[in-house]
Design a protein around this ligand. Structure first.
Ligand code: ADP
Length: 456
């Protein structure tokens, strides 16, 4: 086992990783920026080092700063969490050269899945269905040619993209002219790589993703799927497991496709294959995230597997101690992302001081968060302040528990997405389970119609 684990992240995921380390009995090293000295992960870790200013590029994204902290503290492993360094193959390589274990897949597997265009190629070679698409786009003509074959709409995507950024839908030739250069510029600005490719845009599919775990000996299992169709601007808001939309047969097929993909790239650690499920039941691979994901907790709640603990054990060279047939999924879990945003003002980020904070509890309720009363949310990072996850024997039981827990959750001093979630959880379409990625837009349209009706 490792001697000491450095957590190259902040916020709730840093806290989550420290908790797993503590349970294994591993000392931890927190790193933090000058804006994060009051963050919970700094207090919970065995040691903590300030590695730079608020600006991520000079702290959480600075390879020299992170590696120095690891060398000074004597950490022999680094857990990257999600975001920041988690999908940077170059960082994994630097760690390796310094004799530090990167807790995640090898740089080589990351490269094979890291960019969306290469990932699609890997998948095609392994008989996993992908949406019809192109290679790297060089001109608007190429996109138009492609669209004339598959018919509009199509979507332009940054190969290095993530977090719902760097994507543009085109519904006709004029859109292509406008969007291509915008998308390329956005790709360069956000991800430091202007490459863009194009794929057929499915109208309102469901987003279904499969969690996998692999060890260093070629064993790979999947832990079922998550449904992440409740999104706003391609960003996930609510996730659940299992998906209300797929049956046992599809679950098995998708799971097998994800395992095949992981085996093809000698994947080790936790990873996620994302798929789109079309209205006619066909499904396509979209991308693989080679890291732990925000929504991993819903899988943990129905599978009883601590995914972060498994990541660490596998990275330390242990064999997975369960097989596919040992994984039993029980009940249903739902996660609401609690963001410091104002839903009334177009989800505008709302950092500031939390004046009051009371978390819900009770049977089947889990809160993963790094905030507390009097904590000041810095304006520099992600607006997520926590995740509320509820389990139930059935979807409806999980949903009702979520409603109850959201009602108990008190955050004052800032606006949050809690009231918004309360409304969604009680929404008849959400209750029916019959929705897709168009849900939020439709939800607002329905609300507007109702308001107009009420006025007349
Ligand atoms: P990111 O890496 O930014 O999360 P993804 O490729 O995972 O980007 O896509 C995020 C979301 O964008 C999907 O869940 C889906 O809602 C939408 N999307 C992406 N590609 C398509 C497509 N070809 N057709 C329809 N929707 C898509």
């Amino acid at each position: 086992m490792f001697k000491k684990v450095l957590i190259a992240n902040r916020g709730e995921i840093a806290v989550r990783i420290i908790r797993a380390c503590r349970e294994i009995g591993l000392p931890t090293v927190a790193i933090y920026s000058q804006a994060d000295s009051n963050s919970l992960h700094v207090r919970l870790a065995t040691e903590a080092y300030c590695i730079g200013p608020a600006q991520s590029s000079k702290s959480y994204l600075s390879i020299p700063a992170i590696i120095s902290a690891a060398l000074v503290s004597g950490a022999d492993a680094i857990h990257p969490g999600y975001g920041f360094m988690s999908e940077r193959a170059d960082f994994a390589e630097v760690c390796e050269r310094q004799g530090i274990k990167f807790i995640g897949p090898t740089a080589d597997s990351m490269r094979k899945m890291g960019d969306k265009a290469t990932a699609r190629k890997t998948m095609i070679e392994n008989n996993v269905p992908v949406t019809p698409g192109t290679g790297i786009i060089k001109s608007a003509e190429e996109v138009k040619d492609f669209a004339s074959k598959v018919k509009y709409p199509v979507i332009l995507k940054a190969t290095a993209g993530g977090g719902g950024k760097g994507m543009r839908i085109c519904r006709n030739d004029e859109d292509v002219e406008v969007n291509l250069s915008l998308c390329q510029t956005e790709a360069q600005n956000f991800f430091g790589n202007p490459d863009v490719y194009c794929e057929k845009y499915l109208e309102n599919p469901r987003h279904i993703e499969v969690q996998i775990l692999g060890d260093q000996y070629g064993n790979v299992v999947h832990l079922g799927e998550r449904d992440c169709s409740i999104q706003r601007r391609h960003q996930k808001l609510i996730e659940e497991a299992p998906s209300p939309a797929i049956d046992e047969k599809t679950r098995k097929e998708m799971g097998a496709a994800a395992v095949r993909a992981a085996k093809a790239i000698n994947y080790e650690g936790a990873g996620t294959c994302e798929f789109l499920l079309d209205n006619d039941g066909s499904w396509y691979f979209m991308e693989m995230n080679t890291r732990i994901q925000v929504e991993h907790c819903v899988t943990e709640m129905i599978s009883n597997v601590d995914l972060v603990r498994e990541q660490i054990l596998v990275a330390a060279g242990e064999k997975l101690d369960f097989k596919q047939e040992d994984i039993v999924l029980r009940g249903h879990a739902i996660e609401c992302r609690i963001n410091a945003e104002n839903p009334e003002k177009d989800f505008m980020p709302n950092p500031g001081q939390i004046t009051g904070y009371v978390t819900p509890g009770g049977f089947g309720v889990r809160v993963d968060s790094h905030v507390y009363q009097d904590y000041k949310i810095p304006p520099y990072y992600d607006s997520m302040i926590g995740k509320l996850v509820c389990w139930g024997r059935t979807r409806n039981e999980a949903r009702r528990r979520m409603y109850r827990a959201l009602k108990e959750y008190v955050v004052t001093g800032i606006e949050t997405t809690i009231p918004f979630h309360q409304d969604i959880i009680e929404d008849p379409v959400f209750i029916s389970g019959n929705f897709n990625t168009g849900f939020i837009d439709e939800y607002y349209k329905r609300k507007e119609l109702k308001q107009n009706d009420d006025l007349h």
